[in-house]
Design a protein around this ligand. Structure first.
Ligand code: 13P
Length: 276
């Protein structure tokens, strides 16, 4: 069923696990993510970045994900990942997204606070929760991290009225060689606020650190790169194994099965299996 992300994340926070937020940009990944959630009886968030929206088109992507969600036997939220403008937040709300993120982490703190508050207000008018980001998560090989400053947390949360807060605590977007989490920093932030905390850049973080992060207050974890890498790796292998196969559906069904297996593994790692 299609739901907002609010209740599933609050339940995760209360019961000490994390909801997986998995990125898609097409039919195959969407179906594989939702099939994994159904197989594991897990609440799940299906996310689209701005790049995915450019690739798939907002109307087509939203319609596809909402339809798959409605037919699923588990709670599914349709989430905007890293919306960088008020315009894209509005577009997603109009398209029926049930969860949004405004990412002002590249802006000065005042501007991030002001624009995130504006995005949260728009989302709340539609009863949709909004996530903000404080500190900045870099991209492997492109930009560096700016860790979240605990001194900024309370004021940011109060002024923006966001529902969930994404932190920068050592992970990066992409798969880096050393994505060790600053667990003490996370614990400190978690002791300051009751807001559910979000870990971005989940690919490349060792499983042990993921588990420590969950027990220290993280209740939503974003995974993108691992899924894209799994898809392209499997596609190459399967095409090589079956050089004469002419039906894309035969090839893609096998790839989707492998992506589903990966997502199921993540769900179990996050402890969100059997939580519907
Ligand atoms: P990864 O690509 O490192 O998994 O990060 C995903 C993410 O944080 C999406 O917002």
């Amino acid at each position: 069923m299609l739901v907002t992300s609010k209740q599933m994340i609050l339940s995760a926070q209360k019961n000490g696990y994390a909801v997986g937020c998995f990125n898609t940009s097409d039919l195959e990944l969407t179906k594989a993510i939702i099939a994994a959630a159904v197989a594991q009886q897990a609440p799940v968030m299906v996310a689209t970045s701005e790049k995915a929206i450019q690739f798939g088109g907002i109307a087509a992507l939203a319609a596809l994900i909402k339809e798959e969600a409605k037919n699923a036997s588990v709670p599914v939220a349709l989430h905007l990942d890293h919306g960088k403008s008020i315009h894209i937040v509005k577009e997603c709300l109009d398209a029926g997204y049930t969860s949004v993120m405004f990412d002002g982490s590249e802006l000065f703190l005042d501007k991030n606070t002001q624009m995130t508050a504006e995005a949260a207000k728009l989302a709340h008018e539609r009863n949709v929760p909004c996530e903000g980001e404080l500190g900045h998560l870099g991209k492997v090989g492109v930009s560096s991290n700016q860790l979240t400053n605990p001194d900024d947390v309370l004021e940011f949360v109060q002024k923006t009225e966001v529902d969930f807060l994404a932190l920068s605590i050592g992970s990066s977007h992409g798969v880096g060689s050393d994505e060790k989490l600053e667990i003490e920093l996370l614990k400190k932030i978690n002791s300051l606020t009751k807001i559910p905390l979000v870990l971005h850049g989940g690919s490349g973080v060792p499983d042990g650190d993921i588990q420590k992060a969950i027990s220290s207050g993280i209740c939503k974890i974003n995974i993108d790169t691992d899924i894209r890498h799994e898809f392209t790796k499997d596609l190459r292998e399967i095409l090589k194994e079956h050089p004469d196969e002419q039906d894309p559906r035969e090839i893609l069904a096998e790839v989707m099965q492998k992506v589903q297996t990966l997502v199921e593994k993540k769900i179990k790692l996050f402890g969100s299996n059997n939580k519907t």
